[in-house]
Design a protein around this ligand. Structure first.
Ligand code: HEC
Ligand code: HEC
Ligand code: HEC
Ligand code: HEC
Ligand code: HEC
Ligand code: HEC
Ligand code: HEC
Ligand code: HEC
Length: 466
């Protein structure tokens, strides 16, 4: 081998060795943490950020460089999406525009949240906060007197929590931060499950989930036959999540809906109140199924039971807080946009007519469930009007399903169960093609509990002689 050739070979070897070394970072952080927390270093090097031929990241990219030894680790800082923003601006912006970012704020709007011991709902991320930590801390809304758009406190609330401000690690778990893991529907399952939003169980008992499982956990985006949660809710990797009906199935009545109802009622005071409400509402028509007069009334009663409309059907502070600022309910423009977008996704595999029929039926399910629920609400409201039930001390509204299990009477506890569990399962199951969730875990106990409430209300009236 000539001297020249040997030189070229050596240079090449040095280059390859250099690249191989540069693939994973080997900073002082890594060296010491290989002993202190070897698992974290291993996980980090398994991911694309820690194992990257061009620009391997270091621990200090997310935790700063202030902490340098065994003792001063309280100087390490923890990342927020702003940290990721430097390199993934599109994902962070999409995420911030979607509903996940609002999760912490939405949780705090609930009356029931405030009355719980902190170890149950707040600290340690065991309860509500365990799932709602996907939202950003520090949004300031109606409770603090701000009825305009949500404001951000600039990091004050976040600074009360050392851990749990990262948000992004809820689907891409640390420290691998894998894209593949986040594309798996199991990544959603620890939050979207159980009592009031069993989307995971519904998906897994639908043909979509069964096929995904059968085909070796490969969804449409991985070349398989069936859609995953991500296919339907994060199309093209869009981190902005939002659905037409939303969690609570609470879209806003339109101006037209409420004016029509006002035209149909006989009571003049009620008519005037409804016309006043109509002025505040968005104008338009919902696709698929628009409200008729009975449904508008049923939905107004549901909003009352939710502390969103008061006894005179006027918006409360909570209307601004959870509906406008927390975006819990949508008006016709946004609803139609989201509905049509979803239909487009289904139409990659199903015919337009099949999909249109499916959604029309889904809306009819919401309507039927609303009607049953409204009957039960009216019965319990009647008990308050006639003085048979008395508003608990410190409560602003009653009956209130927003008080959850803090309710004190069997009829009100049943009302809460209908709202949070049975009505949810009925319509969520219909939209996720799970018959058993929609019927036997949803509609059947919904009817059962409505009947119980009607029976019990009658009995209470007899007992009170009213
Ligand atoms: C000489 C050893 C050493 C070096 C160098 C070192 N660390 Fe640490 N680090 C520790 C020890 C020890 C802990 C505490 C571990 C424990 O509580 O189990 C720790 C904890 C941490 C924590 C967790 C803090 C907490 O409050 O939970 C982070 C994050 C961290 N280190 C990041 C880094 C980063 C980034 C660097 C480099 C800039 C670095 N470390 C350098 C030893 C070291
Ligand atoms: C891309 C950003 C990122 C990088 C790079 C990163 N981390 Fe982290 N780290 C996180 C996030 C996010 C958390 C969770 C923070 C929270 O709970 O608020 C975390 C938490 C930690 C914790 C405390 C939680 C636990 O599970 O013990 C330690 C220790 C830690 N990191 C060490 C390291 C070390 C060592 C490295 C380098 C090998 C590293 N991190 C690199 C984002 C990162
Ligand atoms: C200094 C720039 C930088 C920062 C800060 C950063 N990343 Fe990355 N990230 C990268 C690079 C580079 C890649 C690898 C891209 C590639 O190889 O395709 C990557 C890839 C990823 C991937 C895809 C991994 C895969 O399996 O394909 C995820 C998810 C990710 N980052 C999440 C985060 C999160 C969450 C944060 C904030 C906590 C963050 N990143 C902060 C540079 C960064
Ligand atoms: C197991 C995880 C988990 C726990 C625990 C949890 N939530 Fe949720 N919460 C979710 C998920 C997931 C959603 C969205 C469900 C959906 O859209 O169907 C949600 C939705 C909500 C919403 C509706 C937001 C909207 O705009 O529609 C509120 C309000 C809420 N939760 C409050 C709470 C409160 C208060 C607690 C505790 C008393 C709590 N949650 C406990 C996961 C959880
Ligand atoms: C085949 C498409 C599809 C798949 C797969 C799917 N969803 Fe949905 N999802 C929908 C539709 C349709 C709705 C109702 C949209 C509307 O309101 O018009 C919905 C609604 C939701 C909602 C709002 C509340 C509700 O249940 O109505 C959440 C949250 C949700 N899905 C999460 C998930 C999660 C998590 C998974 C995976 C475990 C999943 N979805 C799988 C299509 C899908
Ligand atoms: C609700 C779950 C979820 C959360 C939370 C989440 N991601 Fe993702 N992320 C995904 C999914 C799913 C994909 C794969 C998208 C695709 O198929 O292209 C992904 C992909 C990525 C990628 C890889 C993009 C590419 O095409 O290589 C990056 C980078 C990323 N996410 C960053 C973030 C950041 C930053 C945050 C926090 C602001 C975040 N993610 C929060 C689910 C999530
Ligand atoms: C750490 C818990 C957590 C994980 C993981 C999670 N979510 Fe969520 N998700 C929530 C919470 C909490 C909300 C309610 C936010 C709000 O409305 O204020 C929510 C809301 C949603 C919504 C909006 C529903 C509506 O009201 O319109 C969709 C869609 C959704 N999630 C889909 C997903 C998908 C798909 C995944 C997995 C790729 C996922 N989520 C992973 C907690 C989670
Ligand atoms: C990636 C392709 C794909 C997408 C996207 C998709 N589906 Fe499907 N769907 C399937 C397959 C495959 C089946 C199984 C066909 C069968 O039942 O023989 C199926 C079955 C169904 C069934 C029949 C289930 C049963 O138990 O009989 C319904 C209803 C359905 N899908 C509705 C929807 C709706 C609504 C959407 C959009 C929200 C959607 N699908 C999106 C592939 C898809």
């Amino acid at each position: 081998m000539s001297k020249y050739r040997r030189l070229v070979w050596m240079a090449a070897l040095v280059l390859v060795a250099g690249l191989a070394l540069a693939k994973t970072s080997n900073s002082e952080c890594v060296q010491c943490h290989t002993k202190v927390t070897p698992g974290i270093v291993h996980q980090f090097h398994m991911g694309k950020m820690g194992n990257n031929a061009y620009m391997p990241l270091d621990c200090s990219n997310c935790h700063g460089s202030a902490h340098t030894n065994e003792k001063d680790y309280d100087k390490a800082t923890f990342p927020t999406p702003d940290t990721c923003m430097a390199c993934h601006p599109d994902k962070v912006q999409q995420f911030r525009a979607g509903k996940h970012d609002l999760a912490w704020y939405a949780m705090k709007t609930q009356s029931a949240w405030h009355s719980q011991p902190p170890e149950i709902v707040k600290q340690g991320y065991t309860g509500c906060s365990g799932c709602h930590t996907i939202g950003r801390k520090g949004y300031v809304g109606a409770e603090a007197g701000n009825t305009g758009p949500l404001k951000y406190d600039g990091g004050v609330e976040m600074s009360h929590y050392r851990y749990g401000n990262a948000q992004c690690d809820t689907c891409h778990t640390r420290h691998m931060f894998s894209k593949k893991e986040a594309q798996d529907p199991r990544a959603c399952s620890n939050c979207h499950m159980g009592f009031d939003h069993p989307q995971w169980e519904m998906y897994m008992s639908s043909k979509h989930g069964i096929i995904w499982d059968h085909d070796g956990n490969k969804g449409w985006d991985q070349g398989g036959r069936a859609p995953t949660c991500q296919t339907c809710h994060m199309p093209n990797g869009n981190h902005n999540v939002e659905t037409a009906w939303g969690f609570l199935g609470l879209r806003l009545p339109t101006k037209e809906n409420v004016e029509k109802l006002a035209g149909a009622v006989k009571d003049d005071a009620l008519k005037a109140n409804l016309l006043k409400l109509a002025k505040l509402l968005p104008s338009g028509h919902y696709v698929d199924l628009d409200d008729d007069v009975q449904w508008t009334l049923d939905r107004a009663l549901i909003l009352q039971a939710n502390e969103i409309l008061d006894a005179n059907f006027q918006p409360t502070e909570r209307f601004f807080e959870i509906v406008v600022q927390g975006r819990a309910a949508r008006g016709p423009k946004k609803f139609n946009e989201l509905r049509n977008q979803m239909k487009g996704i289904c139409q990659q595999c199903h015919s337009k007519s099949y999909v249109d029929t499916f959604f029309l039926n889904g809306d009819k399910v919401v309507k039927a469930a609303d009607h049953e629920f409204a009957k039960a609400i009216q019965a319990v409201q009647g008990l308050y009007k006639d003085g048979i039930l008395k508003k608990p001390k410190g409560w602003k509204w009653a009956p209130s399903v927003a008080q959850y299990y803090e309710n004190m009477t069997p009829v009100e506890l049943d009302l809460y169960l209908i709202y949070m569990e049975y009505r949810q399962r009925t319509f969520q199951g219909a939209f996720h093609v799970s018959r058993d969730y929609s019927h036997w875990y949803g509609w059947a106990p919904l009817k059962e509990h409505v009947n119980r409430i009607l029976y019990e209300a009658k009995r209470m009236r007899e007992e009170a002689g009213k």
